[in-house]
Design a protein around this ligand. Structure first.
Ligand code: ADP
Ligand code: MG
Length: 385
């Protein structure tokens, strides 16, 4: 479902009792196909930007505030523009916008008083990155056409989330929201911050299945994983001081020296290093239209998250295990930060209906919940609607 600009304009006017005609900006969510928790280790990731997006309608106002309203949360929040540079996070949804505004002021942009109406199609907290869609749509809305390099936009969104909101995320989500491209996946090098577009085989559908669970463990475990990766780097530097991140560690080197890394950081490192390699391999398989190999890589990546990185959960493992039993499913894996959210599935087009029916029935029988399905079609990155 894509929003009609006119509808948002009407909602904006009603909410803010304004006669202004706002400009409407959008930024997409994303589904990551492979390479999980590799971004903050400066490895590769392989997302596609989705046609589900966050929309921000913005217009100037004379009340001296930056006033924001979320349709999805039905909440309004405001901040005097004079306080943007010094405001502290309040642990609410508006932190994502005020954090972006603060970062923009640090870059020398003035933020005039205004009203922002936010409405999103990206399911919140499901691993499809509603947060980056919000940050980047807010950032382009606040920029209002003022020139700013795309890569800086992605980095700014990431700083807002990691430093202001306090989630120590990598660059993938914001990068995908900025650089997404219709018809292709993005193979992103999180060290050089460059990317290639990789066209996906046309005879496969990418379906995300939402477990509808979000375990609260998420944020603290994320921090723990970031720290454990640092411990692994510290141990590996004893062997080779040139190593600065897990990106610098080749899989065969790691296999030779892994015994000198303590057990838990070793398993975390094994996931990151092998999943970075799987990004390279998935891109190769996609170009060769090798769907069985793509599916094999999906499942290998899931097992690595399940057993080595330990970021899956029972519901997600169930969805993966059930999906790969269904004829026409090439592969399945969890996508996103972990502990719930969505799986992403590679499904033959003619098998999509059976896939949905069987997975829905199996999940409902086991967990009494009906998973939501999203057809993931690559879409363009952020911009003016
Ligand atoms: P994900 O990015 O996987 O959806 P996160 O936990 O990273 O999950 O981000 C979700 C948070 O982003 C929400 O709790 C909320 O604070 C903010 N957010 C995302 N979309 C919206 C929205 N439409 N309205 C208000 N806040 C939103
Ligand atoms: Mg997020």
């Amino acid at each position: 479902m894509a929003f009609v600009p006119g509808e948002i304009v009407e909602r904006f006017r009603k909410q803010f009792q304004s006669a202004e005609t706002p400009l409407v900006y959008r930024a997409p969510g994303r589904v990551n196909l492979i390479g999980e928790h590799t971004d903050y280790n400066l490895g590769f990731v392989f997302p596609i930007a989705l046609d589900m997006a966050c929309y921000v309608a913005i217009a100037p106002a004379s009340h001296g505030q930056l006033r924001v309203y979320s349709h999805d949360f039905d909440k309004e929040s405001s901040l005097p523009v004079a306080d943007i540079a010094t405001v502290k996070p309040t642990r609410q949804w508006s932190d994502y916008i005020f954090g972006v505004a603060q970062e923009l002021t640090k870059e020398g942009f003035s933020i005039p008083p205004g009203d922002m109406y936010v409405v999103s199609e990206v399911p919140v907290g499901s691993g499809l990155s509603s947060s980056a869609a919000l940050e980047i749509s807010a950032a382009v809305a606040l920029l209002g056409g003022r020139a700013f390099p795309k890569i800086e936009l992605a980095k700014l969104g990431q700083r807002a989330e990691s430093q202001f909101v306090g989630m120590p995320c990598g660059i993938m989500d914001q990068y995908a929201a900025v650089f997404g491209h219709a018809g292709a996946a993005l193979k992103i090098d999180c060290r050089s911050l460059g990317h290639e577009y990789v066209e996906l085989p046309s005879n496969v559908r990418i379906i995300a299945a939402n477990s509808l669970v979000k375990h609260e463990l998420g944020t603290s475990a994320y921090r723990e994983r970031v720290a454990e990766c640092r411990q692994a780097v510290a141990a590996l530097r004893e062997i080779d001081p040139k190593i600065e991140s897990l990106r610098d560690v080749a899989l065969d080197f790691f296999e030779r020296v892994q015994d000198s890394v303590p057990l838990v950081p070793r398993r975390r490192a094994r996931h990151v290093i092998s999943d970075t390699q799987r990004v390279v391999d998935l891109a190769t398989a996609a170009r060769a239209r090798d769907l069985p190999e793509m599916g094999r890589l999906f499942v290998a990546s899931h097992r690595s998250m399940q057993y080595d990185y330990e970021i899956s959960c029972a519901e997600i493992d169930f969805l993966v295990d059930a999906a790969i039993q269904i004829p026409g499913v090439y592969g399945s894996r969890m996508t996103g930060g972990g502990f719930g959210g969505c799986t992403v599935n590679l499904v033959a087009p003619e098998a999509v209906d059976t896939f949905r029916q069987q997975l829905r029935a199996a999940y409902h029988e086991r967990y009494q919940k009906t998973p939501a399905f999203y057809d993931c079609k690559p879409a363009e990155g952020a911009g003016l609607l």
